[in-house]
Design a protein around this ligand. Sequence first.
Ligand code: UDP
Length: 473
Amino acid sequence: MEHVAITSRDPFRFSAVVGEDRTELFAVHAAQEVLERLRGRSVINVSSTAAGGGVAEMLHVLLGLIRGIGLDTRWLVIDGNPEFFEVTKRLHNHLYGTAGDGGDLGEAEHLIYDDTLQPERDALAAHAREGDIVVLHDPQTAGLAALAKQLGCKVVWRCHVGIDEQNDHSRTGWEFLRPYLEPFVDHYVFSDRRFPPDWVSPDRLSVIWPSIDPFAPKNQNLDDATVEAILTHVGLIAGTPGDTVFERDDGSPGRVELMCDIVRTGPPPGPDVPLVVQISRWDSMKDMAGVMQAFAEYVDSGRTAQLVLAGPVVTAVADDPEGGQVLQECWNLWRQLPHAVRARVQLACLPMHDLEENAVIVNALQRHAHVVTQKSLAEGFGLTAAEAMLKGTPVVASAVGGLIDQVIDGESGLLVQDPTDLEEFGAAVCRILDDDDLRRRLGEGARARAIDTHLGDTHLRRWLGVVRALYDD
Ligand code: UDP
């Protein structure tokens, strides 16, 4: 297991965004109660990756804040292998209601899953003590619940994925996981009340939305010149070069040095060209190909707007074996577009060597975009929507999973009812591109909504409920 370093974050900094009263609610009152109930015990988080994707993004922020309120928390990342991640990606896709790669989830897959997690159990035993809270994230770590329970820990399983209505695939996924969870888990945390299977009892369940940090490189304020300089440096637009400086998590200055791998014909667009942007892992559920098709068929004509599909360099996300294939499919589709459309579409792989540089590139892209889309076919939460919203950038999102909870249709973005309907999606994007007033109004609504519901202080206050349920003594 890898031990991930956590940078402590000052909770009182939040008052600049949410005001002093709201900051006190979590940084003083909630913090005090949590510290009293935990009495020196630790909170140990286990996930399958520390880079790429919403869970890693959220943990960097949340655990920093937990450290900031004076609680000991750690973050361990399991060592998987390609066979294991093939099984867990299949499981992940099943929980999203699809067959994934079409393979089985039977005895052979249980064996691969158990064998891979066996050495991880020893590693966990070296860190966890009786009475600690062990928070296991997502299907990849569910197999550690039995050991955590045996060590005398309070076991929480936090699930970030799911679908709005269970189907045969999701039921198969849940049956695979059930024996690892049901006998051992003290409390479940899901991102959406529609996701849990029926064997999760409501009195052991909390629904908690993930959150973002307004001061992290992903979301911190960047002025227009810095945004332009960063996007110009990485090759996504042809603007004015300049300083690409940002503030790192530890407060020191950083500078964007790395560049993106970009597939495009011709030169980059100028800084005034409106961009429609989707930033996601290269995952079939994110439907990057659908965004490209919708743009080509329903958005491109007669408009100057261009499309940027951006995701991480595929080799960097160890627990996601599907990335290379999805990116390849996007490249193939891009090659088949008529030349005039192809010239308006860029596919970009963002560097992952330095995660804070990656984050600030995402930040600049979300700020520069006219419209950020999240055309997911299913979505656990969709941090990319919250991130764009905080920056006042309007979002067009599918009405699925956590995106429904985030975006109030017509107030803080536009929801597309049928995630497979390219025409409806294209029309929503065009409505924003063609109407500056609407764009401004949705942008303002989006920022207000993000501050209201998607920030770390609200998230931590909701965890207080979990701590109360676990230590009601
Ligand atoms: N992300 C990133 N770099 C990339 C692509 C995505 O940092 O090249 C981040 C994105 O900004 C967001 C997270 O990965 O913070 C994706 O989280 P989301 O909840 O949208 O989806 P998930 O990947 O968890 O399914």
